[in-house]
Write a protein that binds this ligand. Structure first.
Ligand SMILES: Nc1ncnc2c1ncn2[C@@H]1O[C@H](COP(=O)(O)OP(=O)(O)O)[C@@H](O)[C@H]1O
Ligand SMILES: [Mg+2]
Length: 236
């Protein structure tokens, strides 16, 4: 049932020739069609009547991000079961316990593949002067290394029924570097600079966008990906 808005949105978007309006069209159609479900979710999860619902982003065909009442990020997934969403929320609980920066505290909907979290503190990297980021590169890198080490302190073999967590909830598998006999660890798998939120001294205060999280066969995966994405971000 929840796939219908995605199908309608994707179909209408096919008729639109330009990439950006096409991309946003899916999101706006989903915003209209999912409105009642999201309103119900916000009421149940946060005890609030929904006053505003803004479309934030729909990058892939499979997931759409909204912000409700200007403070709750709500994500709706297409090809994910409700059970899988609950597993993801449980895993995020483990992450929350070991990591020293803020991470989203997700709540799952009762039946649909919808998750919500309150806005985390910090400023988006796009709102910060790039020169300042270049100057503080080493400081940022050190903090990212610390976060990765904290994440990797979770014993993945101890995660119950860990087969469920081998693939991320978006069903996308990001390529990993081959590593025979390496220690398996939990990886964020989307450590690009835009998923870190900073304070004015370039300290990382939050790490968001955990939907790509999965068990990595190579402990270097997150670090290699971060360095590559930071380079791309700085060269733009
Ligand atoms: N919990 C959150 N707190 C603050 N900002 C957030 C939060 N979740 C998402 N955002 C903002 O919304 C943007 C898009 O959300 P994100 O989950 O990263 O989706 P995408 O996969 O499309 O990048 C992020 O880059 C961040 O600026
Ligand atoms: Mg992101």
């Amino acid at each position: 049932m929840h796939k219908i808005p995605f199908i309608i949105g994707n179909f209408i978007a096919c008729l639109i020739p330009w990439t950006k309006p096409r991309r946003n069209c899916r999101g706006y159609v989903n915003r209209i069609l999912f409105y009642p479900w999201i309103a119900r979710f916000v009421r149940r999860a946060y005890g609030e009547r929904m006053k505003t619902l803004r479309f934030v982003r729909q990058r892939t065909l499979h997931r759409v991000v909204f912000i409700a009442n200007d403070k709750y990020y709500v994500k709706v997934f297409r090809n994910v079961t409700h059970e899988r969403i609950c597993d993801f929320v449980e895993l995020m609980g483990m992450v929350e316990r070991v990591i020293s920066v803020e991470v989203p505290h997700f709540i799952a909907d009762k039946s649909l593949p919808i998750i919500g979290c309150a806005k985390n503190p910090g400023t988006d990297v796009h709102a910060i002067d790039k020169k300042l980021i270049i100057k503080n590169q080493d400081k940022i890198k050190k903090q990212v290394q610390k976060i990765i080490a904290e994440l990797q302190s979770i014993d993945v073999e101890g995660i119950p029924n860990n087969d469920r967590f081998i693939n991320n909830i978006q069903g996308r598998h990001k390529p990993e570097i081959e590593c025979v006999g390496c220690r398996r660890v939990l990886g964020h798998f989307d450590m690009n600079p835009s998923n870190f939120l900073f304070d004015e001294n370039l300290n990382i205060v939050s790490l968001v966008d955990w939907d790509s999280m999965q068990i990595a066969n190579n402990p270097d995966t997150d670090w290699t990906y971060f360095v590559k994405r930071l380079e791309i971000f700085l060269s733009r």
